[in-house]
Design a protein around this ligand. Sequence first.
Ligand code: UT7
Length: 348
Amino acid sequence: MQKESQNAIPDHRPAGLGCGRPTEITALATHVPPRLLTNADFEKMVDTTSEWILQRTGIVERHVVEPGVASSDLGAAAATKAIAQAGLTPDDIDLIIVGTTTPDMFFPSTAALIQHKIGASHAWGFDLAGACSGFTFALATGSQLVSTGRHNHALIVGADVMSSIADYKDRATCVLFGDGAGAAVVSAAKDPSLAILDFAHEVDGSGAPFLQMPAGGSLRPATHETVEQRLHYIKQDGQAVFKFAVRKTEEISRLIMQRNNLTPDDIDLFVSHQANMRIIKAAGERLGFPECKVMINLQRYGNTTAATIPLALTDALAEGRIKKGSLVLLASVGAGFTVGSVLLRWAY
Ligand code: UT7
């Protein structure tokens, strides 16, 4: 694993989105399946206690799908709501980018499946494999493609059915994850000051051994042996990922604030990927954010991978913690490793 050397501060890349037109999130919606898995449920499945899960992660419950429900179903439900909220129809969508680690299948892409399910007859699209940075990576990518003027409305989806790859015999990982989706519509900003302002992303593939699903890809195609060895499930070195996540959440957030001449006082809400309450609190404290500026909602959803940030943003909006004009800092760390951050001033 590379240490501070890669992309260490100071960063010489320019702040901002480049020379295109400003873009904004015009609508945001989420969808979670109704079925709940509580900490008490896990006491019956693996050798754990509700207290351990709550104290070590902060999670109380997570939503999981019924068999036969896939990431495209959750993503399509969130997308339909977001498009209506934006005052658009599916035909207005030019582009669909889906951040997901649990596509319905290898191919076709989940973006294509969502396109068909929602009837977005003029859209092209693709999946983006950013793991827990899936939403921040997809948001920056979609924003860039709208910024050029070549696309008017991009649908940015973070959707994951983590229950499809969680090993419900491994107490160290299965308690962490849940299923869900969020969708944002990104369009040209009506007011250039209320816009997506900057992003800073990194990948560091030396982190691959610490968080992965070892089999099922081209390296280790599915065999009886890979199934017997439970290699089609999430494998994680929890402590290594924990330390990396705290360090890089702080570092990338500090970087994007510094190059935009901002301090924690200027930020209205810090919305980090929701993997572990202790990671979010440690990073928030190191950055100097008071608790009231740190969004935490993983109690109710667990780690939904690419869906955590839209789920957190939606709850923050509902609670009045984000309003029109709020300066919001997003940060994410995930398998790869991937590291993402997006700075935006909320547009509605
Ligand atoms: O979104 C992708 C990024 N992922 C993350 O950010 C996850 C990062 N890692 C973490 O959140 C934490 O490392 C975990 C929640 C996964 C684990 O917490 P930890 O404080 O790092 O615990 P640990 O792995 O050091 O394990 C401590 C003990 C071990 O027992 P011994 O060896 O001390 O006897 C584990 O076997 O806790 C045990 N343990 C459990 N005990 C009860 C692990 N899982 C459980 C469990 N219930 N579910």
